[in-house]
Structures are given as structure tokens and as C-alpha cells.
Write a new protein. Structure first.
Length: 363
């Protein structure tokens, strides 16, 4: 196992702090679940407050949905792409795949998130954890955008993502080069992440629609190896709905995850969207033995999320669907997956402290 660097050490220290706070808080895991009628209390580790048209319900609606669903904390981000309503289309598309019009990178999404977040009362802001995502991952100016946003809103950002690299049909519609997890533009982004102890939620498909092998796994391997001081959260474990439409279940996925988790202690797995079925649960809603074994082997490396797109009325139900799998785990591991692992990856200090130290160093 590689030696822990400063960012990794801080994350592990924060794990202990987060667990102690969870136990000490009156809104701890057991109490929150009991008060809401849910079996578990949650952190939603993957949630977008806008859709691909940069529209979404207000954040007070999210807080109410969290209260009803036993969700203590939530990652929030925008969407880095905007769907074009093409001149030749008489009706506005309802989703990015609604027609053949392209997608373009949309940096204003980060400002939307920051301004909406800052309007909330302090006690509500403490439950939400904004991530930066409004940059083109093929542009070597991306790190400049991150630094500008960190300086403009220094007490807002707690992570980077969801960064959309390889994403099958979405990538095909996007106007620009094909984004990869291991290109130079993204390496510049990772250096910013390391500097400010920011986790990176990365979407990077493990394969294409037609290749029944881990065609693109080397891209995330390269990123993990080259930036061991960055904590990567691999969105949907490298899967997507389009991959499943063409290939059903990726038979090699579990084996690849076993190797990656063993080789890279800076890799964390987001189990949202397309991972619950057909991987974690079978058609009878029984937990898959291989996945149970892997999660118990690495109990701090997995988390769940709703992957909501600007609408929050179904987030509680989305997280509740993991109950059969969580219930098959040990009680301690289930609590970590449902709530604590995401919190443990957040930066231990506000960005403003880092910026102040950087200014002092310049002086």
C-alpha cells in the first residue's frame, strides 16, 4: 500500500472526527432513522441541483426532502453541460438524449450552486456540501476556473465533480474533444484538488457500448497512480445506463474493482444510479455475495447517492432502495456506506484557511 501523503492523512483523521461527531450528535445515525421512520440515516453522496437545461427546484425544497427521508447530509453540484435547443427543433427537448442537438460546456452552473447555497441559513448550509463542476475537462484552462471560483466563494466548495469524462452517448453529443480521466487538462485539475484537499467525483466509463472488456480502465488507473494525494470517487463504478442497454451486466466489473481497490488506496466507489441493479441486488432483491464480500473487505471505500437532477421528491426513495443490500452487511459497515464514508472525504478545513496561508507564503 502506498505511503499516505498529507491530503490522504487529513482525510483519515477526518474520518475519526466525523464518526465521533456522528456518535455525539443528537441527530446521529440511529436517532435520525428512528425519527423519520427509515431504517438508516444517509448522506446523499451524488446529487445535482439542476438538470441539463440548468433548471432545478430551490434548495429549501431539498432540505425538506432530506428531513422527510432521514438524509443528514448531501453533496450538491450543478451540471457542467447545457443541452442546445437547436434552431431546427420545434419543441424543446426534455433530456439530453431527446434529439440530436449538441451539448456545450457551461461554467455558470457553479455560480448558480454557490449563490443558492449562500442564501440558506447556516444550520442548513452545514448539511450541504457543494462541489465544483463547471469546466471543460479537455481544456487546460480548467484549473484557472477552479481557482477563480475558490477565490470568489472561498467558504463554499468542498469537492470537485461530477466531472464528466467518458460517458457514451452524452460524450458523443458534446461539442469538443473526447474528455478522458488521464489527459493533461484533468491532471491540472487534480493538482488543484490536492492543494485544497478536495475529493474528485469522476464519471469515467470503464468500457464502450460494444466492447465486452474494460476498454477504458487504464484511464482511471493512470489518474489514480499519478495523483495518489487525491481522493477519487468513481461515479457509478464506471457504469452507465447506456452500457447496460447494450451489454446488460458487465461480467468483468467486480473483478476489476477488486484489483483497483487493492492497488489504489485513494479510490472510492459511488454506488449510485446503475450499480444497485444488476450488481448489488439480483432480480429477487437479494444482495449479491461477491459485492457483499468486497464492501466488507473495504468498508470505508463505498458510498451511495440519488444522482438526482434538480428534483428532490424521489431522493429518499432512491436511497431507501439500498436497504436490502445494507441490511445484508454488518451494522457497522452499513452505517459507513449509508452516511459516514462520504463525510470522511470532505476537506478538514475551509478553503479560506488554505487561501490565507497561500497569501502569507507569498508575502
Amino acid at each position: 500500500m502506498p505511503k499516505l501523503r498529507q491530503g490522504r492523512f487529513a482525510a483519515h483523521i477526518y474520518t475519526l472526527v466525523a464518526l465521533l461527531l456522528a456518535l455525539a450528535s443528537p441527530s446521529n445515525f440511529a436517532d435520525t432513522a428512528k425519527s423519520t421512520g427509515t431504517k438508516y440515516s444517509y448522506s446523499d453522496a451524488h446529487l445535482h441541483i439542476v438538470d441539463f437545461f440548468q433548471e432545478g427546484d430551490p434548495l429549501p425544497d431539498l432540505i425538506r426532502a432530506m428531513d422527510k427521508g432521514g438524509i443528514d447530509h448531501a453533496m450538491i453540484s450543478g451540471i457542467p453541460l447545457m443541452k442546445k435547443w437547436h434552431e431546427n427543433e420545434p419543441k424543446r427537448p426534455r433530456y439530453y438524449a431527446g434529439d440530436d442537438a449538441g451539448m456545450y460546456w457551461y461554467s455558470a452552473t457553479d455560480s448558480y450552486v454557490a449563490e443558492a447555497y449562500r442564501k440558506l441559513p447556516k444550520e442548513q448550509r452545514e448539511r450541504l456540501h457543494p462541489f465544483l463542476c463547471g469546466f471543460n475537462p479537455t481544456d487546460k484552462n480548467a484549473d484557472k476556473h477552479l481557482r477563480q471560483m475558490l477565490e470568489t466563494y472561498p467558504n463554499v466548495w468542498q469537492g470537485i465533480g461530477e466531472v464528466l469524462t467518458r460517458h457514451d452517448d452524452l460524450t458523443a453529443l458534446t461539442q469538443d474533444d473526447t474528455p478522458r480521466a488521464n489527459n493533461e487538462a484533468m491532471y491540472r485539475v487534480y493538482r488543484v484538488a490536492a492543494e485544497f484537499d478536495l475529493p474528485v467525483l469522476l464519471h469515467s466509463n470503464i468500457t464502450s457500448k460494444r466492447e465486452r472488456n474494460p476498454l477504458y480502465v487504464s484511464e482511471i488507473k493512470d489518474a489514480l497512480a499519478a495523483h495518489q494525494d487525491v481522493n477519487f470517487i468513481w461515479a457509478h463504478a464506471g457504469t452507465s445506463a447506456t452500457l447496460h442497454r447494450y451489454q446488460d451486466k458487465l461480467d468483468f466489473l467486480l473483478t476489476e474493482l477488486e484489483k483497483l481497490l487493492a492497488d489504489h488506496d485513494n479510490l472510492y466507489i459511488d454506488l449510485s444510479w446503475t450499480v444497485l441493479e444488476p450488481y448489488l441486488l439480483d432480480k429477487n432483491q437479494d444482495a449479491a455475495a461477491g459485492w457483499l464480500k468486497l464492501v466488507e473487505q473495504y468498508p470505508t471505500r463505498f458510498m451511495i447517492g440519488s444522482d438526482a437532477l434538480g428534483s428532490y421528491d424521489k431522493i429518499a426513495a432512491s436511497l431507501g432502495e439500498y436497504t436490502p443490500f445494507l441490511s445484508a452487511l454488518s451494522k457497522e459497515t452499513a452505517q459507513k456506506i449509508a452516511r459516514d464514508n462520504f463525510l470522511a472525504l470532505l476537506p478538514p478545513k475551509p478553503i479560506s484557511d488554505k487561501l490565507a496561508n497561500a497569501d502569507q507564503d507569498k508575502d
